[in-house]
Every structure is written in C-alpha cells, then in structure tokens.
Design a protein around this ligand. Structure first.
Ligand code: PGA
Length: 249
C-alpha cells in the first residue's frame, strides 16, 4: 500500500499573513487520521517561516522549483540545498508552468531531480499533455517521453513522486475524467515498473488539475492515484483539509 500524499502548490501566492493558513492546516491535520502525508509548497520567501509554523505538526513544507547546482553565480536562483536549509522537505520540478514560462526541458528537469536527491529533498516530478496533444491522440506518447527524459537513471533506489497534471485541467476548472486519469496513471505505473523494477509500487503518483473537495473523493479512489497536487484549492485551509480527509477515508 502506497501512503498517499496530498500536496498543495501555492504558486506565486502567499504573504506573511498567510502563515495563518499554514497553522490552520497543521492544526487541522492533528484532528484527522495519520494515514497520508501532507505538504504545502509556498513561494520561496515563505519556506523558512512556514516550516517553523508547521514545526510541531504533520504538515511538511516544500518548494516549487530549484536550481540544478548547489551554489554559485546564478543571480536570482535558489538551490535545493537552500530549500533544505530553510526547512523544506520536498521540491516540485517540471511543473507545466515552469516548462512553458521558463522553457524548461526534460534534461533540465532531470538535473533538478538530481539536485533534489543531492540535497536530501523528495522531488515531485510533473508530467502532462496539452489540450492539442490530447486531441491529436498523443497523450500517452507525450507522458512516456516526459517520464523518460525527466527522471534520471539515478532515481533508482531513491524516493520520488510523479504528478500527472494535464495542462488543460490546471487552473481551468476542467477536470480529467476518471477514465482519462485511470488510463494515464496505469501507464505511468507500467513505465516506472519497466524502468525501475521492484520499486514502481513504492512511488506515489499524484493527480493534479482542478482537484477540489467536490471531485477529490472520486479522483482519489481511482486505482494508481496516490494523492493530489492541488493549486487553487490549497489556498484555503478548509478546502485543502477536506481533500486530505478524502484521501484517508
Ligand atoms: P489547480 O493547479 O489545482 O489550480 O488546477 C494544480 C497545479 O498546477 O499544480
């Protein structure tokens, strides 16, 4: 049995006052069964304070990206080591917004995964097709090629997480159907099994894309869905805790 992970991606949202949301999520988790892992990835500026605010709770804090190297002349960048130093435990890599806005290639993402392992962080590696790719029947080919390019060979024996996030479902309110999610998650599990024999059944595969309290129960019940990567609905403690509740019920 894979322990589910309910992960929130705050994207470019969150000021100091939002530490109240971190505290509310941490407190809320204490009242729910300890049967899933829970994570919020706030912006870099909040990681240290959020990690302190969540300190005595089961809520983990992570980042939304990292650089490939540990330190050096890279103005404006943040390394995986810095995230770990600030109290982060996870890092999202290869989110479609980074692939699109920053031109991140699979090779760059694989190097970021290596950086996460080097710093002792758990990487959450995102893959997902665009609407035109889905409509032209390329979904499985796109996912297969992103997995092949974004997960380095050194992931063998390491703990990592994969997130399937159809680009057309992110922030749009459009959710992939249970059948669509099942098909892709089964395929991801199969690909991981071929590449990392003996390890595939330990890797959580998250669904992301407009997950909210109303659709979380059916999405989280799909075989090979081991949790969620949640954007909009992670900004409100009650909504996020409802999704967590669905993962442990
Ligand atoms: P959303 O975002 O839940 O707002 O669709 C998901 C994500 O981008 O991780």
């Amino acid at each position: 049995m894979i322990r589910p992970l309910i992960a929130g991606n705050w994207k470019m949202n969150g000021l100091e006052a939002w530490l109240e949301v971190i505290e509310a999520i941490g407190d809320g988790l204490n009242k729910q069964p300890d049967a899933a892992d829970c994570l919020i990835c706030p912006p870099f500026t909040m990681i240290a304070a959020a990690a302190k605010a969540a300190d005595k709770t089961r809520l983990n804090i992570g980042a939304q990206d990292c650089h490939t190297v540990a330190n050096g002349a890279h103005t404006g960048d943040i390394s995986a080591e810095m995230i770990a130093d600030a109290g982060g435990k996870y890092v999202i890599v290869g989110h479609s917004e980074r692939r699109a806005d920053h031109g991140e290639s699979d090779a760059t993402i694989a190097a970021k995964v290596e950086a996460a392992f080097r710093a002792g962080l758990t990487p959450i590696i995102c893959v997902g097709e665009t609407l035109s790719e889905r409509e032209s029947g390329e979904t499985i080919a796109v996912i297969s090629s992103q997995l092949a390019g974004s997960i380095p060979a050194s992931a063998f024996g390491q703990h990592f997480v994969v997130a399937y996030e159809p680009v057309w479902a992110i922030g749009t309110g459009k959710v992939a159907s249970v059948e669509q999610v099942e098909e892709v998650h089964d395929k991801i599990r199969e690909i991981l099994g071929e590449r990392f024999p003996g390890q595939a059944n330990e890797t959580p595969i998250l669904y992301g894309g407009s997950m909210k309290p109303s659709n979380a129960p059916e999405l989280l019940a799909v075989g090979n869905v081991n949790g969620g990567l949640i954007g909009g609905a992670s900004l409100k403690a009650d909504d996020f805790l409802s999704i967590y509740a669905a993962s442990v019920s």
